[in-house]
Design a protein around this ligand. Structure first.
Ligand code: SF4
Ligand code: F3S
Ligand code: FES
Length: 261
């Protein structure tokens, strides 16, 4: 059952007069989907609204911190680095997957309540925290490590700049799951490997030092593998690292065909 709890509803986006010289601040309201697996009232899911005072460069993560520290300590979300590196705070903000620490409030229409929900397609544990295990299970399956044979070399494995450039884009992944959890194919049953696993397979398949490409291509040739991708591009739009996710998937598909699958 869904209910709206009107906590401190105020005019979102209202500009306020600060002290002379201070950075202008404004009120912003966040409408947050809450899930409490142990609710005593039988209402496991509610929408809660909170209004906070924000400044021009505040991000959604800053607003979430203010709510947690000043209004409701039970609000639950993940974050670690707060600088777009660890990948732990992907969430749906105004219906789009984004990192809360990379999303400025002023860029998501603070004149209206900003909706914040957990990413889709993964089981919700509490509020904005989802169980990432199914996501990481797919990641582990594609063997995200260098596979080599023979004796260890006595010096580094040499690679030309052109060879390194071949997979540069897919090295940028921070495993935030924004792509996989924005993919309609993944939403249908959660069985599809998902774009993040394919991106990380791509990173090794096209690495000239790696010898496990054939194994990875066989794994992704599975009925839940790359062929389930319908080229929807949601993943590319969602990626906070700007990775050309759909292009990487297409390259893996082509590698399968040219390597005689
Ligand atoms: Fe996140 Fe982009 Fe990696 Fe997907 S490809 S997990 S969106 S960084
Ligand atoms: Fe899904 Fe991205 Fe393909 S959104 S369908 S993996 S292009
Ligand atoms: Fe680390 Fe946002 S908190 S990426």
């Amino acid at each position: 059952m869904t209910a709206v709890a009107e906590n401190t509803r105020a005019d979102a986006g209202t500009q306020t007069d600060d002290a002379p010289g201070a950075v202008a601040s404004f009120e912003v309201t966040l409408k947050i989907r809450r899930y409490n697996p142990e609710s005593e009232h039988g209402e496991n899911v509610i929408w809660d609204e909170f209004t906070v005072q924000a400044h021009g460069t505040d991000r959604v993560l800053d607003a979430l911190h203010k709510i947690k520290w000043e209004q409701d300590g039970s609000l639950t979300f993940r974050r670690s680095c707060a600088h777009g590196i660890c990948g732990s705070d992907a969430m749906r903000i105004n219906g789009r997957n984004r990192l809360a620490c990379k999303t400025l409030l002023k860029d998501v229409n603070p004149d209206k309540p900003i909706t914040v929900e957990p990413i889709k397609g993964l089981p919700v544990v509490k509020d904005l925290v989802v169980d990432m295990e199914p996501f990481f299970a797919s990641y582990r399956e594609i063997m995200p490590f260098l596979i080599t044979s023979g004796n260890e070399p006595s010096r580094e494995r040499i690679q030309s700049q052109a060879d390194r450039d071949r997979f540069d884009d897919t090295t940028k992944c921070i495993l935030c799951a924004a792509c996989t959890s924005s993919c309609p194919v993944f939403w249908t049953d959660g069985q599809y490997f998902g774009p993040a696993a394919i991106v990380n397979a791509h990173r090794f398949i096209f690495d000239s030092r790696d010898e496990g490409a054939q194994q990875r291509l066989e794994i992704l040739n599975d009925k839940e593998g790359v062929w389930r991708c319908r080229t929807t591009f949601n993943c590319t739009e969602a990626c906070p690292r700007g990775i050309q996710v759909t292009k990487a998937i297409q390259e893996v598909k082509r590698a399968m065909i040219t390597r005689a699958f």
